[in-house]
Write a protein that binds this ligand. Structure first.
Ligand SMILES: Cc1ncc(C[n+]2csc(CCOP(=O)(O)OP(=O)(O)O)c2C)c(N)n1
Ligand SMILES: [Mg+2]
Length: 802
């Protein structure tokens, strides 16, 4: 059948069939997982059937008609079964994965870019994040195109399917505000307005608040309240009264009547407005089933209404569609306030199977029980615009990164200054590498030292905007002019937005087929503010470099409230993120070069090093400081470079009779050096271990142990090699400006006794010496720890230090 000649009514008939099928498959998938598949742990998990059914019509309209291959969708987490069912019908998902829904390596409970095989555009699950991601994905698309890249591809729409309760998440509104500032386009948010959340029925009239809000931020708002059956009924005599009643009906009552069905509707409507003869006749013309169908026929379940609304939206301004829906639509618990975790019983499922005309044993057959011939249905599916999307992800070539980045030479400097200076040097070059870098910061561009880079490369905006201060000839250190060529995206303060933007920029290679090298800066403590978004960025395998500065108590007089303690542990624990805390600027340059390549890696993780994801790549986190320290004059040899990346090296190699090793990370390097110097007279052969990445040292160690347990006896990690020559009686004092647990595990590698110094409390302001003394990470504390840990004569300098 040629699609060109098919009429709209043919399409509608087929789409209605597919909608039934999608609902069936999704419902069956969940039922299968809970009632049929061997479920060893006996856990039955709801939270999908009702939520999915709510979106069945909207997603049918989108995927089988409206979406084009270049469009990208963030699907409401609990609609994952509907998504997988649709992909199954399109031949992009396997029956085995559906049968394994929620099982190990089966289709995921929430759509996952990395774990699902059916080309999920954005991972969702933590409500609110996927929604905002579409907004930032659209900004990213604009950024890429404004730089003249990927213009041969059509522009895509970034679409979010949003639960109404999902709109309670504040990050959505933070994103909207940013979208307004940045001139958002090509973004649709389709709200599944079923007026139910997880626990209950939501407040009355929220649609009106949303409408106002979206309009305030420059969005078009389209409200789809009534379906075509309802609109036809409103045109009948008495119909106006019916509409008026619907409009006044409180959410909980409407839901309750949906649940109870046709007879209950008739009773209620007769009681309340049945004295009108026209309305009574309108009701009498319908059977109970027809009346229920009429009252369930909300805009979000009416294909003609949905298709029409989507087809009429041809402009590129952002649009919010508020679609009235029924949670559990088409299922026995439709509308029931407790239905979020509802699971159909076996008896209910059998009745549903009969209604869907599905024979037992034929549940997974794509066209079972449908009226149209399989040939017609298959031809329709083959011709669906979205089906033209290629099955592989877009790929983008790697950008060459110089192995060595310029190291600014100042005798005394901080890693934060070094970071700004290195970027500034890169910014002066006209390499591909420099062109593809994009920086962003939530209102801390200047205070994280991105200023000179921004002076060099400019701020990004789709429309140019000059720097008024410059035009007025007012002297200023920073030029603040915007243009489509700019390479810095300035964000408002919301850190969530930073991470979601980094996630979007960091997926550009896969989504836009154009690689970006994103670098985001913020103050280290505020990682916690956006942590869930950072976690999701990593979960989707977005690639970016996060530069967090200043960090720890070392920011000293800047204020106790800004101290970060736990971030080194976040760096260790966060999957998909390699964390570094260099002490010296030459180390930083090594890490930045490596990280710029690491964010572009996409190989298979195979070797012993694979726990470090070197081949597979990932995102990177650099914890920096504002503390200027004396730099070491040295040449960075290839061996040293490798050690810095693997996580550590001997700054002073321990001798054969070594009694103490001091292992330090980051800003406390001078204290560690000083302590070693002071102890040298009284403890022999002291070693000084520079730990540039506790994360990678630890990950390598874990990987080596797993490898040995798996029979690869020769596997050895970097830290095991480093500590191999340290005698067993030797004690290790670890120290960093962060939680002491970060390095405390070093003692388990070879069984050395360890005393871990670090920061466990925060909030006190002071000078660096004051604070280091107060929290016990100064040279005196290191020496005292070493003395207690290792037998021998008293360390003479300790008294002087104290
Ligand atoms: C950040 C976060 N908090 C809590 C949850 C648990 N949760 C899952 S769905 C849901 C409410 C869903 O309501 P709504 O968005 O209206 O979707 P519906 O199921 O009605 O379609 C909640 C609280 C979550 N997934 N993510
Ligand atoms: Mg809801």
């Amino acid at each position: 059948m040629s699609r060109g000649s098919a009429s709209m009514s043919d399409d509608l008939r087929i789409l209605a069939e597919l909608e039934r099928k999608v609902l069936w498959l999704a419902t069956w998938t969940i039922h299968h997982a809970n009632h049929i598949r061997d479920n060893e742990d006996g856990l039955k998990v709801g939270g999908h059937q009702a939520s999915s059914a709510s979106l069945a019509s909207i997603m049918t309209a989108l995927y089988f008609k409206v979406l084009r291959p270049q469009d990208r969708v963030a699907v409401k987490p609990h609609a994952s079964p509907i998504y997988h069912a649709i992909q199954y019908l399109l031949g992009r998902q396997t029956r085995a994965k559906l049968e394994g829904f929620r099982a190990y390596k089966g289709a995921q409970s929430y759509p996952s870019r990395t774990k699902d095989v059916d080309d999920v555009d954005f991972s969702t699950g933590s409500v609110g994040l996927g929604v905002a991601q579409t907004l930032f994905a659209s900004l990213t698309q604009d950024y890429v195109r404004a730089h003249g890249w990927g213009l041969e591809r059509p522009e895509g729409r970034m679409i979010a399917l949003v639960g109404d309760a999902e709109l309670d998440e504040g990050n959505i509104f933070e994103a909207m505000l940013e979208g307004w500032k940045q001139g958002l386009r090509n973004c649709w948010w389709i709200v599944d307005y079923n007026r139910q959340s997880l626990d209950a029925v939501i407040r009355e009239g929220l649609w009106a608040r949303y409408e106002q809000l979206f309009r305030n931020f420059g969005w078009d708002v389209v409200i789809l309240k009534y379906g075509s059956l309802q609109r036809a009924a409103f045109a009948e005599p008495g119909g106006e009264k019916l509409r008026d009643w619907i409009d006044r009906c409180p959410n909980p009552l409407y839901s309750a009547l949906v649940f109870q069905g046709g007879a209950a509707w008739r009773r209620r409507l007769s009681e309340e407005i049945g004295d009108d003869p026209d309305l009574r006749a309108l009701l009498d013309r319908r059977s109970d089933a027809e009346l229920a169908a009429l009252m369930n026929n909300l805009g979000g379940h009416d294909l003609p209404t949905l298709l029409d609304a989507f087809a009429q939206t041809t402009h590129d301004r952002p649009v919010c569609f508020i679609c009235y829906t029924i949670k559990g639509y088409g299922l026995p618990f439709a509308g029931h306030k407790d239905n979020h975790a509802g699971l159909m019983t076996v008896a209910q499922m059998n009745a549903f199977r009969t209604a869907m005309r599905v024979r037992e044993g034929h549940e997974w057959e794509p066209f079972e029980g449908l009226s149209e011939s399989p040939g017609t249905l298959q031809a329709f599916l083959d011709a669906v615009p979205f089906a033209a999307r290629s099955t592989g992800r877009n790929k983008a070539p790697r950008i060459d990164v110089p192995e060595e980045l310029p190291v600014p030479t100042q005798a005394v400097m901080s890693t934060q200054t070094g970071f700004g200076a290195i970027l500034n040097e890169i910014g002066k070059q006209s390499t591909d590498f420099a062109q593809r870098l994009v920086t962003t910061s939530p209102d801390v561009t200047v205070s994280t030292n991105l200023g000179s880079w921004v002076n060099c490369r400019g701020l990004f905006a789709r429309q140019s905007l000059a720097d008024t201060f410059k035009d007025e000839r007012i002297p200023s250190t920073f030029e603040w002019s915007f243009s489509p060529q700019g390479q810095h995206i300035e964000l408002g303060i919301a850190e969530m937005n930073l991470f979601i933007l980094l996630s979007a920029l960091g997926l550009s290679h896969a989504i836009n087929g154009e690689r970006l090298l994103p670098v985001g800066t913020l103050y280290d403590p505020f990682i916690a503010r956006g942590l869930d978004a950072l976690n999701y960025a990593c979960y989707q395998d977005a690639r970016f470099i996060l530069v967090a500065t200043p960090s720890g108590i070392t920011l000293a007089p800047e204020g106790g409230a800004h101290q970060s303690i736990g971030t080194p542990l976040i760096g260790m624990a966060q999957d998909g993120l390699a964390a570094f805390e260099p002490a010296f600027v030459d180390e930083l340059a090594v890490v930045m070069a490596w990280a710029s390549a690491n964010i572009q890696q996409d190989g298979e993780a195979t070797s012993e090093h694979s726990w470090l994801r070197n081949e597979a790549g990932g995102a990177d986190y650099l914890r920096l400081t504002t503390r200027p320290i004396e730099q070491i004059r040295r040449t960075v040899t290839p061996e040293l470079r490798r050690d810095i990346i693997d996580g550590g090296y001997w700054l002073r190699r321990p001798g054969p009779n070594c009694q103490v090793v001091v292992a330090y990370t980051g800003a406390v390097a001078p204290e560690a050096m000083q302590a070693v110097g002071l102890m040298a007279e009284d403890r022999r052969d002291i070693g000084l271990l520079a730990v540039t990445s506790a994360d990678r040292l630890n990950a390598g160690w874990t990987a080596a142990q797993r490898a040995r347990e798996a029979g690869r006896a020769g596997s050895l990690s970097h830290i095991e090699r480093l500590l191999a020559a340290v005698p067993s009686h030797c004690g290790i004092v670890t120290v960093l400006d962060g939680h002491p647990a970060t390095l405390a595990w070093l003692g388990s590698v070879k069984g050395h006794r360890v005393r871990s110094l670090g920061v466990e409390h925060f909030g006190q302001t002071g000078s660096i010496p004051d604070l280091y003394r107060a929290y016990g990470i100064d040279a005196a504390a290191i020496v005292a720890a070493a003395e207690t840990l290792t037998p021998g004569r008293p360390i003479r300098h300790l008294r002087a230090l104290g």
